[in-house]
Unconditional design. Sequence first.
Length: 313
Amino acid sequence: MKLIQQQYRIEHDEAGNRLDQTLSQRLPEYSRSKIQQWIREGFISLNHKTCKPRQKVYADDLVDLDVPIVSQLSDQPQAVEFEILHRDDDIFVIDKPAGVVVHPAAGHPDGTLVNGLLNIDTQLEQLPRAGIVHRLDKDTTGIMVVARNLRAHHWLVDQLQQRLVKREYIAITQGVVTAGRSIETGIARHAVNRKKMAVNQNGKLAITHFQVARKFQHHSLINVQLETGRTHQIRVHMAHIKYPLLGDPVYGGRERIPRGIGDALTERIRNFNRQALHARRLSFEHPASQQFCEFEAAIPDDFQQLLNALDAA
């Protein structure tokens, strides 16, 4: 069994504080409720004796931790292909390809990003969702950040909740968008099709900003920034304003091949069997250094070939 085994000597400036308070300051990656649980279960001792969470500590007291680590996951390590753009002691930054599901679920019990991450770093089994703090849809490509320890996990989740993480996407729409705008609605599960999301005034707040980067004869390339991160948010919002993403099998409606386009573009559109959405850039404060960092994932080949065909039409 894996254990957290550490020993602390109480400093003079900590004297008089509660044991659980002192340890929560020493171990910021763990919640105080978790530390209190460990004390009650006897995994933490004070001067080699059992103790209580509210017990006061004094200078030179000796605190011992002997805590069994319980895996957060039952998923197994598997070889899954994805590119690691950056790694350090606290985070992975990865480029997720199309066709890779992020979390195991009904219909996708394995072969997921979680399985692939565990294959690279088995310590991720100790973290919620193997350190994944945000997700991309199966057929959306691009950049993601993964926490490698609890401190980094808490830090990134907090930044996401405070909307401090900048997530930038590119997408190709069906139809020529006249101008960029901001979309602010509620989003909730579809009333009939529970696999879909829908705009709903009683749903969770969702805010999307986008600008038109390039206009083609029948399509547009847009730059998108997420202020919130609801399931299928960009796809739902663009369909809501009548510019669904090209290739979107769920929100794009029936396949639309514009009249008068050449055979090459027609074939390229028909063979693009996913939503034209790519998470291109991710910016956040690093969990350890607190320095602002920015990472970018290159446009995947199928997306670039589609852009080239649109340009040539």
